[in-house]
Ligand binder design. Structure first.
Ligand SMILES: NC(=O)C1=CN([C@@H]2O[C@H](COP(=O)(O)OP(=O)(O)OC[C@H]3O[C@@H](n4cnc5c(N)ncnc54)[C@H](OP(=O)(O)O)[C@@H]3O)[C@@H](O)[C@H]2O)C=CC1
Ligand SMILES: CC(C)=CCC[C@@H](C)[C@H]1CC[C@H]2C3=C(CC[C@]12C)[C@@]1(C)CCC(=O)C[C@@H]1CC3
Length: 345
């Protein structure tokens, strides 16, 4: 006779746990006394109480050992938005997420928390205080967004109270903080190349940037509140700093904090967007001959020149969410964490 070990509620797995958000999440979970299995295609650190399983999440046989005796899974793996590779996004975010769900069923996992994105409703035009009932983008602005939409739908539709499999999706926006490989490094690289002189549009567009610890807090709350009687089952939740900020003020604060000049001159939004679109078409047409990634993609220009901030009222009401680090402190902590990116370093 085989006896099945009942998964402990203090054992969890983090798929994508070597990444920026994933590692912060793993550190918090370990601090809270969880035993954590990390599944990722790479291992970027070591931590007591954390076991690493390396592999591609599209490979169920590789994934299953990481989910053994685990009751709770966080799925925060995705190719980076800058990958611009439709086949890769579809393989990892869509078929890979199907594989994750199947593996959860086979391993007897009871709860799945997905890291989705607030961008699933963003089409490149203004969103002001967007709520979760906004429809998914009909014309997603890139393949990353397109596949994040499909991924979120798959996870929420898999929620099945009768069979004891509960799911929830967290939609963060503009995550930043120590060790982020995207936001600050891209910004500094652009400044070092002398391209951070211009403000796209009139500079009055409000945007959410979310400190990584607040995103982690949202994930942990969701996991701990995910019970059959809870309203959060099968739902998506915006998690932000709840302090929308002018996009260009935020960028300027980071730049000035690191010793660079803030951008000063204005360029018309539609001119820059048109150029970005043209460059993107050219890179697609010339791809077999030239491999070049423009800094100014249509998605980036849209993010830099439109309003996109979201309401966290639903997360506050259903999970008691409140940001734990203010934007002011978050910017200070972030700037301090990048001494090597300072001007002159
Ligand atoms: N950063 C942000 O501003 C936002 C992020 N999100 C979402 O949050 C999640 C985490 O993002 P972030 O931490 O920034 O991203 P990272 O790229 O830092 O982390 C993702 C991790 O997943 C790994 N990974 C990628 N593909 C696979 C695969 N096939 N199998 C196993 N592991 C894989 C990555 O490895 P490798 O690095 O080698 O590719 C990386 O370690 C993502 O789902 C993202 O869509 C949502 C909103 C905003
Ligand atoms: C709020 C949100 C979803 C932020 C996501 C982070 C990145 C998309 C941004 C981080 C650095 C930004 C940046 C630009 C666009 C958006 C980012 C990549 C520019 C390319 C916009 C045009 C410029 O003038 C240069 C900017 C460099 C930094």
């Amino acid at each position: 006779m085989t006896t099945r070990v009942r998964p402990s509620s203090k054992r969890c797995a983090v798929i994508g746990g070597s990444g920026f958000l994933g590692r912060h999440l793993v550190e918090k979970l370990a601090d809270k006394g969880y035993t954590v299995s990390v599944f990722d295609i790479r291992q970027s650190y070591e931590l007591p109480g954390v076991t690493f399983y390396l592999g591609d999440l599209c490979d169920k046989q590789a994934l299953l050992p990481a989910l053994r005796d685990v009751s709770l899974v966080f799925h925060c793996a995705s190719p980076a938005p800058g990958a611009d590779d439709r086949a890769l996004f579809e393989r990892v975010n869509i078929s890979g997420t199907r594989t994750v769900i199947q593996a959860c069923h086979e391993a007897g996992v009871q709860k799945l928390v997905l890291t989705s994105s607030a961008s699933v409703v963003f089409e490149g035009t203004d969103i002001k205080n967007g709520k979760e009932d906004l429809p998914y983008a009909k014309k997603p602005i890139d393949f990353y967004t397109l596949t994040k939409i499909q991924q979120e739908k798959l996870v929420l539709e898999a929620c099945d109270k009768e069979n004891g499999f509960l799911t929830v999706a967290i939609r963060p926006h503009g995550i930043f903080g120590p060790r982020d490989p995207q936001l600050v490094p891209i910004l500094v690289d652009t400044a070092r190349r002398g391209k951070m002189k211009f403000i796209i549009g009139n500079g009055s567009n409000l945007v959410d940037f979310t400190y990584v610890e607040n995103v982690v807090h949202g994930h942990v709350l969701a996991a701990e509140r995910l019970r059959p009687e809870s309203p959060i089952c099968g739902q998506a939740y915006h998690i932000t700093n709840d302090e929308p900020v002018f996009f260009w003020d935020f960028m300027s604060q980071i730049l000035v904090g690191l010793g660079y000049n803030a951008p000063r001159y204005h360029l018309p939004y539609w001119l820059v967007y048109g150029i970005a679109l043209l460059l993107w078409v050219l890179t697609v047409l010339l791809r077999p001959l030239v491999s070049w990634k423009p800094t100014f993609t249509p998605m980036r220009v849209a993010l830099a020149g439109t309003h996109h901030y979201y309401s966290c009222a639903r997360a506050k009401q259903d999970m008691g969410y409140q940001p734990v680090v203010s934007l002011k402190d978050a910017i200070m902590l972030t700037v301090e964490s990048y001494p090597h990116l300072r001007q002159g370093a």
